[in-house]
Design a protein around this ligand. Structure first.
Ligand code: COA
Length: 173
């Protein structure tokens, strides 16, 4: 599947030809590097290279030639629930619509899979609000808490905000 990025707010001839695509094995080291650059600054949780390979089929990427510009993962948690994870846009490629188009790719795939709810745990709730997500109590996502949060070193004092999108409505504003 490939989805064209929308026209960026900052006109750039290169951004107009960028596409969202499924990740390949050649992207794994670049995804690991991009995510962990932001994780070191406390913007998101770190991922090991092993985690990236194990979950590689979850990932969408945007590349410019061989250069990775952005990534996101759609991770299924339960029969009705999936998570948007590891969303990262290279600093110099931000504010061009790439983050939004990656989340929309997750929404489309989650709908095609028959999932009912999509969520993200984030320090950027306003970004997700623009895409139709609403804030929720993480305890309203017990499958996430039981499966993953309990094993996280930050639990129970995690300050990420849970943002939820109901896929049964019209999710793409
Ligand atoms: C957060 C992030 C993914 C946004 O990606 P981006 O490509 O710069 O965002 P887009 O250009 O697609 O922005 C889409 C909309 O969200 C808004 N937006 C982007 N970042 C925002 C933020 N931090 N807070 C509020 N709104 C934001 C944009 O203004 C835009 O709104 P508009 O359509 O009304 O103009 C990117 O800044 C990033 O990778 N940050 C570092 C990693 C990180 O924080 N990841 C957290 C995700 S869980």
């Amino acid at each position: 599947m490939s989805i064209r990025a929308r026209t960026p707010r900052k006109p750039s001839s290169s951004a107009e030809r960028l596409r969202v695509e499924k990740a390949g094995v050649g992207d794994a080291a670049h995804i690991h590097s991009l995510v962990n650059q932001f994780a070191q600054r406390g913007d998101m949780l770190p991922r090991t290279l092993g985690e990236v390979y194990e979950n590689l089929r979850d990932f969408f990427v945007v590349r410019d030639g061989h250069r990775l510009l952005a990534c996101v993962a759609l991770h299924i948690v339960w029969e009705d629930l999936a998570e948007v994870k590891s969303l990262a846009v290279r600093k110099e490629s931000q504010a061009q619509g790439l983050g939004a188009v990656l989340v929309r790719a997750c929404v489309e795939e989650a709908q095609a899979l028959g999932l009912k709810t999509l969520f993200a745990l984030t320090y950027r709730p306003a970004f997700f609000e623009k895409l139709g997500f609403r804030q929720a109590d993480v305890m309203s996502l017990p499958r996430k808490v039981w499966n993953e949060c309990y094993r996280c070193p930050k639990f129970p004092s995690c300050n990420e905000i849970a943002m939820v999108l109901d896929l049964r409505g019209d999710p793409t504003p």
